[in-house]
Design a protein around this ligand. Structure first.
Ligand SMILES: NC(=O)C1=CN([C@@H]2O[C@H](COP(=O)(O)OP(=O)(O)OC[C@H]3O[C@@H](n4cnc5c(N)ncnc54)[C@H](O)[C@@H]3O)[C@@H](O)[C@H]2O)[C@@H](O)CC1
Ligand SMILES: [K+]
Length: 491
């Protein structure tokens, strides 16, 4: 079964909004689906909805309205708190509609004693639990905590909306939560609902389609960015990622672009390990760089002990930009990849790359189609669907995340495929790939590989689109660098 996490669901939800869907549309579909499910199980009777002040409660208001228009139902709605404390506009809109929907009873509960004294429990045939959804933070507080107790002690058939209230998808063990007979979750099955300790609380789990746009799931959007780890107020230097860029030798511009991009994408520390021959030139570009000088004019195996030391104090390596293709350089790359934990492999790093069989590291490779063909020993088909399947299979076989650059970028970890369509034809200019590798490196320092690769190409492409607006086809990689912060602020 194709299951996703609740946090991925939030990203998809936000991507729907990014694509132009009104949040009311998803809520309407969610509520209508709940109502359909209830009417298929109970042909007449009393349904009591217990709703919290978030969107989980909003789904219940919609379901109540849909059921109330059908014959044979008495619908009661309890809102935990005053309507002025409803958190979202869409939920508030749907609460407002209840007074014109023929609901038998709408009650705003002000405290736990009022909730305990409520007499309507006994006559309910079904209790709908919409107290808390995926927006829960920490253990249930009042009134929610009492509501969970009362739902559990009522002895009624309980339907939980999205997730049994109280269950925290981010917690390692379930805390106090509703004990449901049926859980109706949205769009796709959720991984958290399938955990062994959780089944006893969910009861049967059913998935309800809510009309998500397919592209909100397959294409990178604002929701993917929202899910990235952010710099917190209390973070210390280095918390937001330490990136080691290993590049340069025959070329000096490429590692500069990569390092600058990593800094602009939020890395706290970027160290450039470059051959001594270009170290001064590279250093002259920015006082923000930390430079580690490797003796000679190109990367070679002799440098590996020094790199090993540097790896200790960095979260991720970006290896490849401007390295050249010396045989000794390739040997050094293979030895570095065997000892590093996380690497983005780009440009010359991909040339004749043999991924070490013995390794602990997680790798992202960022080839364009010609580099990919050389790596995989096979040309990519023109058919896009086939291309996606091939990239997915290749990533699975090699245990890597592949970011195949193209007019639509394809990202895969061997399990799923994500796509990106930001970017433009002006970005074929030199250096844009180096910028991309730097952004991905910075994100990979503090995020999962698939998220870093997906968001990296989204941000890079959007920065390119901003640059294109100003410069047209004359845009340069340095123009893209300048736009990274605008993109990230805007998201
Ligand atoms: N694609 C989606 O993600 C969709 C989500 N929908 C619904 O929206 C829900 C998520 O909505 P929200 O993010 O508004 O969150 P919730 O409805 O889960 O509620 C969050 C609210 O509860 C409060 N709260 C959080 N933790 C608490 C605690 N420990 N004790 C007491 N109160 C607490 C918060 O202050 C907030 O007001 C989903 O579960 C689902 O039911 C649907 O509308 C359809 C689309
Ligand atoms: K719930």
């Amino acid at each position: 079964m194709d299951a996703i996490t609740f946090s991925r669901m939030k990203a998809i939800d936000a991507n729907c909004a990014y694509l132009g869907m009104d949040p009311l549309q998803l809520m309407e579909n969610a509520g209508a689906g709940i109502a359909r499910e209830i009417s298929s199980r109970l042909h007449s009777g009393t349904v009591l909805f217990i709703a919290g002040r978030g969107n989980n409660g909003g789904d219940a208001f919609v379901a109540a309205r849909h059921l109330a228009i059908e014959e044979g139902y008495r619908i009661k709605v309890l809102l935990l708190g005053h309507r002025s404390r409803i958190r979202t506009e869409e939920s508030l809109t749907n609460f407002g509609l209840l007074s014109n929907s023929g609901i038998s009873e709408i009650k705003e509960i002000s405290d736990s004693s009022e909730l305990r004294a409520y007499h309507g429990w006994s006559e309910a045939d079904i209790v709908v639990d919409a107290v808390l959804g995926s927006g829960i933070k920490g253990a249930p507080r009042e009134l929610e905590s009492t509501a969970i107790d009362l739902i559990n002690s009522g002895g009624k058939f309980v339907i939980s909306v999205d997730i049994p209230s109280g269950l925290d998808p981010g917690a390692s063990i379930p805390g106090k939560c509703v004990n449901a007979d049926l859980t109706l979750t949205f769009h796709k099955m959720k991984k958290e609902l399938l955990l062994p300790d959780v089944g006893q609380f969910t009861g049967e789990v059913k998935v309800i389609g809510i009309g998500v746009c397919r592209d909100a799931e397959s294409f990178a959007g604002k929701g993917d960015i929202m899910n990235l780890r952010r710099r917190s107020q209390t973070s210390h230097k280095g918390d937001s990622g330490r990136v080691l860029v290993i590049g340069g030798g025959p070329y000096y511009g490429a590692p500069v672009f990569t390092s600058m991009a990593a800094l602009r994408a939020g890395a706290d520390i970027v160290t450039l390990a470059v051959p001594e021959s270009i170290a001064d030139t590279v250093a002259s570009f920015s006082p923000d760089f930390i430079i580690s000088r490797l003796p000679g004019t190109f990367l070679k195996p002799d440098h590996v002990p020094r790199i090993r030391e540097l790896l200790e104090s960095h979260d991720v390596v970006v290896i490849g930009p401007g390295l050249g293709r010396e045989r000794m350089t390739r040997e050094a790359i293979a030895r570095i990849l065997a000892i590093c934990k996380r690497a983005v492999i780009d440009a010359d790093g991909l040339y004749n790359l043999s991924l070490p069989a013995e390794r602990n590291g997680e790798f992202i490779i960022t080839p364009h189609p010609a580099e990919y063909a050389r790596l995989a020993g096979d040309r990519l088909p023109g058919d896009f669907e086939k291309r996606k399947d091939i990239v997915c299979a290749f990533s699975k076989e090699k245990h890597i995340v592949t970011l195949l650059k193209g007019s639509i970028d394809i990202v895969s970890d061997g399990k799923e495929v994500r796509l990106n369509r930001t970017g433009n034809a002006g970005m074929t200019v030199g250096g844009t790939g180096d910028v991309l590798a730097g952004i991905v490196g910075a994100l990979f320092a503090v995020n999962d590989a698939i998220d870093a690769a997906t968001c990296g190409c989204f941000i890079n492409g959007m920065a390119g689109d901003f640059a294109f607006e100003q410069r047209g086809r004359g845009l340069l990689a340095s123009d893209i660098l300048e736009k990274i912060t605008d993109v990230m602020k805007g998201l």
